[in-house]
Design a protein around this ligand. Structure first.
Ligand SMILES: *Cc1c(COP(=O)(O)O)cnc(C)c1O
Length: 389
């Protein structure tokens, strides 16, 4: 049933092919404005700007198609698309707070989410606390003015897991909105709204687009919240997705089940290889039995993707540098979720005069296992590991 629904959504839902001259692929509406034949229809479009094309900062048919699919995949009522994941996150949080309010966020969220809460919203009188993601720590952090609980499970560096259902149950009676960054798991492997969350946010730049060619973000929520966010942050701040990127992301989405399955199988094979290697200290991957959040992950996720981290056994930053420089398949870059395998060592963003300043050890390396064969990746890692002997 689940697969039938996903297949239906990806290839059929919202595809208005008889209106597209029977084109299999949807047209790209590269139009900033829409023309109406008379005043009556123009007035109708203005009054329904959140769902009818009038001006492309509001509604564009290509975006509406992608919105429909992402909302359905998440099991939510509606969706809004943004120029980036960060724009979607900012709109989601800002829509729920005003000066004097308080946000509880899990420790070590995506770096720009941290900056949004810690630095940017603080300027407008919104306070945030960053705490561990277990029930006890979250309960202790709640204040009478807490309006948002922000979760990111798994997070995208050391993959801490939060129990979405339990935390939603905890804060629901307090009228606190739960926002979940679901970028790591994608709508195919985890559906926070079905577990009680109010708003799900995604970067569409990673797995959803899947080809390292488009930036985008999405926010999935109730129709009521969509109306509120549309006339608030969406239209006012104006950081909306372009029609071209919506088309690229929709094209990527069509192959997401296949890409994710391959990347997840590669991730697990590589994680198991690394865990057994004598020169590897520790591996972080939610699908390994050794991961602290493994049990909750297995309960609330259907799969895990190809992103993982590990520390190599060395005291020397130069050895970390030699290791990452010698990789041939894993290319040095940020991001994840596309066809190509990537490597992002923590050391890349650390101050070389003081590694202890960072929340991550200097020998931590994040890799993304893309769509090559896992044996190719393992060969690459194995040769590089020889360098730290
Ligand atoms: C990349 C990422 C974002 C930000 O998305 P952009 O599209 O780069 O703005 C947010 N959350 C997570 C978990 C991410 O990996």
């Amino acid at each position: 049933m689940e697969n039938f629904e996903t297949d239906y959504i990806l290839n059929h839902l919202g595809e208005d092919r008889s209106n597209w001259m029977h084109s299999a692929s949807p047209p790209i509406f590269l139009s900033s404005i829409f023309i109406y034949p008379d005043l009556k229809s123009m007035k109708e479009a203005i009054s329904k700007e959140s769902s009818m094309p009038f001006y492309s900062r509001g509604t564009n048919p290509g975006l509406s198609l992608l919105e429909k699919k992402l909302a359905a995949l998440e099991g939510g009522e509606s969706c809004l698309l943004f120029a980036s994941g960060s724009a979607a996150i900012a709109a989601a949080v800002c829509s729920q707070v005003k000066a004097g309010d308080h946000v509880v966020c899990v420790k070590k969220p995506y770096s720009w989410t941290s900056k949004l809460l810690h630095t940017w919203l603080a300027r407008f009188g919104v306070e945030s606390d960053f705490v561990e993601g277990d029930e006890t720590a979250i309960r202790a952090a709640l204040k009478p003015n807490t309006k948002v609980l922000f979760l990111e499970t798994p997070n995208s560096f050391t993959f801490e897991i939060q129990d979405i259902e339990a935390l939603c149950r905890l804060v629901k009676p307090l009228a606190i909105k739960v926002i979940v960054d679901n970028s790591f798991a994608t709508p195919l492997y985890q559906n926070p709204i079905k577990l009680g969350a109010d708003i799900v946010v995604h970067t569409a730049t990673k797995y959803l687009a899947g080809h390292s060619d488009a930036l985008g973000g999405a926010l999935i929520c109730s129709l009521e919240d969509r109306e509120k966010i549309f006339s608030g942050e969406y239209m006012t701040l104006g950081g909306v997705m372009s029609p071209m990127n919506a088309w690229l992301i929709l094209r990527g989405l069509r192959t997401l089940p296949l890409r994710l399955e391959k990347s997840a199988a590669n991730g697990l094979a590589v994680a198991r290889f690394l865990e057994a290697h004598p020169l590897v200290e520790r591996v972080w991957f939610p699908w390994l039995e050794s991961h602290p959040g493994h049990q909750i992950a297995k309960r609330q996720m259907r799969g895990c993707g190809g992103l993982l981290s590990f520390t190599i056994k060395t005291e020397s930053p130069e050895k970390v540098e030699a290791f990452v420089n010698s990789l041939k398949i894993f290319m040095l870059a940020c991001s994840y979720g596309s066809y190509e395998s990537l490597c992002y060592p923590a050391i890349a963003a650390q101050d070389s005069s003081n590694y202890s300043n960072s929340p991550y050890p200097f020998n931590l390396i994040r890799i993304y296992c893309g769509l090559e064969e896992s044996a190719t990746m393992i060969t690459d890692l194995e040769s590089a590991l020889k360098l730290i002997l």
